[in-house]
Write a protein of this length. Structure first.
Length: 265
């Protein structure tokens, strides 16, 4: 969200070297892996190799992937990572992921299908399930919300295989109030909290999503209130003033009051 940024970008060799260090010290048994924004295909391919190796160490490891590739502005989608990341996400990353959190545009990219209706969104989520992940959450969409234009729709789908081999799918819709500002880092926060709440409620996507989205609302409302107070009523808040109030929202993140309910579809 800032005009300038400095520093280095980790490359795949450096990532591999860090992982080798963990392995040499035998601290390579993890319960969860979460990945987000990546710009480089070789780095992403290395992540897949590491996740597969970690799953050999612990077959119960859950890999949560936020396939960050782009977004829609005024209805038009555009990628903000190099285009050659798409086939790596689609063919290598998504098949090893257990939970994915694309936005609508990213879900469309991964499946090659456009979403115009909720029915099409559910079909796209089924296509994503077929690629590997048990849990798919479309974190935001430009679908018309039943509650009206001031609400944003997120959709979730959890498919599990029962002992007898039959598959059961739970699908939900969450409508949350829009907040009139551009925040940076909301997708990262969403994916991290969804990981935490699916850990606490592994077989109840409805509750996991309600807690995730409710906590998001608490953080965003606190952030916008604070940003407006700092900027003054007449001025538009700056990037620095719109930094998510994470620390100040610690209690809401740990134990969110449910202010957004999910509908089972």
């Amino acid at each position: 969200g800032y005009a300038h940024w400095k520093g280095q970008v980790l490359n795949s060799d450096e990532l591999h070297e860090l992982y080798e260090g963990l392995k040499l010290n035998k601290v390579n048994r993890y319960d969860y892996v979460l990945t987000g924004y990546t710009r480089d295909t070789s780095f992403l391919a290395m992540v897949v190799d590491i996740v597969q190796e970690l799953k050999q160490q612990n077959s119960n490891l859950v890999y949560v992937c936020d396939p960050v590739m782009g977004d829609k502005w005024n209805g038009e989608g555009s990628m903000y990572v190099p285009k050659d990341l798409l086939p790596v996400y689609r063919d290598k990353v998504v098949p090893v992921a257990d939970i994915i959190t694309p936005n609508q545009f990213e879900a469309e990219l991964l499946t090659g299908r456009k979403i115009h209706t909720e029915k099409e969104a559910l079909e796209v989520m089924d296509m994503l399930h077929a690629m590997g992940p048990e849990t798919v959450v479309i974190t935001s969409s430009d679908l018309q919300a039943p509650l009206g234009n001031d609400y944003l729709i997120a959709l979730g789908s959890h498919r599990k295989t029962k002992a007898d081999g039959t598959k059961v799918t739970q699908r939900i819709r969450v409508e949350s109030p829009k907040v009139d500002a551009v925040f940076v880092g909301t997708g990262d926060l969403f994916a991290a909290m969804l990981l935490a709440w699916t850990h606490k409620h592994p077989n109840n996507l409805k509750v996991a999503c309600e807690k995730t989205v409710s906590a998001m609302q608490h953080v965003l409302q606190r952030t916008i209130k604070s940003a407006k107070a700092q900027a003054g009523e007449e001025n538009k808040p700056s990037s620095a003033q719109l930094e998510l109030r994470m620390v100040q929202s610690k209690k809401d993140i740990e134990n969110p009051e449910i202010i957004v309910k999910a509908t089972v579809l």
